[in-house]
Design a protein around this ligand. Structure first.
Ligand code: PMT
Length: 212
């Protein structure tokens, strides 16, 4: 998740535990990748062999991604980034009063779309957290955010989405392949995402000349 501060004691966030993103980082490291994990606040331990970069807000995450994206060959965006942040965060605690309080929110940057705009030959994977019209919305995100793969989850389905040890996802690939997966552990989902990444990468690589 990201946390968007309203004042020194209050903030806006969401129900993401980080389990899905950490599972992907762990699986990639186990396969031998050099992994940089840019993470919002979670209670999870850093997976073995992973370089962890802690951030708090979407703006922090954006800067960390901008700094590291150029070094990457594969970028996977599993974070639940707050779409809005308080327009005027207060430096002192807001006092309780009798009147209604209206919060003015402004949009956060779309970190994935910004990074993927100039992705070159990097392979970029996004997620889509949906509550309705999952396939339609996921395909729109695949194109709008210039990704190679979108991992779509219906976060209202039992056993899927936020703060669960399992997930139910469909992988929508740029080359038109849709791969619906059954309910799996987040660890297993991470492996299946990486299998699809490997498939897309192999298809993109020039055919090697035969050795005779
Ligand atoms: O953390 P867990 O408890 O394990 O839960 C897992 C999960 C539900 C958070 C995960 O499976 C998931 O769906 N992650 C994406 C959540 C999300 O923000 O989805 P979205 O459909 O709003 O965003 C689409 C894509 O754009 C995502 O890749 C997101 O990281 C990215 N994004 C969104 C908004 C924004 N301002 N910047 C972004 O980069």
């Amino acid at each position: 998740p990201t946390c968007e501060d309203l004042d020194p004691v209050r903030y806006i966030t969401n129900r993401s535990s980080g389990k899905m993103g950490y599972a992907v980082a762990e699986a990639a490291a186990r396969r031998g990748a050099r992994v940089i994990l840019i993470t919002g606040p979670t209670a999870l331990e850093t997976p073995a062999g992973v370089e962890r970069v802690d951030v708090r807000s979407a703006e922090d995450m954006r800067r960390a991604v901008q700094e590291r994206f150029p070094q990457s060959s594969i970028a996977i965006f599993a974070a639940a980034v707050a779409d809005y942040r308080p327009a005027e965060p207060h430096t002192q605690k807001l006092k309780r009063g009798k009147d209604e309080l209206t919060l003015h929110l402004e949009p956060n940057p779309d970190i994935l779309a910004e990074a993927a705009r100039n992705k070159g030959d990097r392979l970029v994977v996004g997620f889509a957290a949906e509550t309705d019209h999952v396939a339609e919305n996921a395909r729109k995100k695949l194109a709008a955010k210039n990704t190679d793969l979108i991992v779509a989850n219906d976060v209202t389905a039992e056993g899927a989405g936020f703060d669960m040890d399992t997930n139910i996802v469909t992988l929508f690939a740029r080359d038109g392949r849709d791969l619906p997966l059954p309910k799996l552990s987040k660890r297993e989902v991470a492996e299946r995402i990486l299998d699809e990444v490997v498939r897309l990468r192999s298809a993109a690589l020039p055919a090697r000349p035969a050795v005779v």
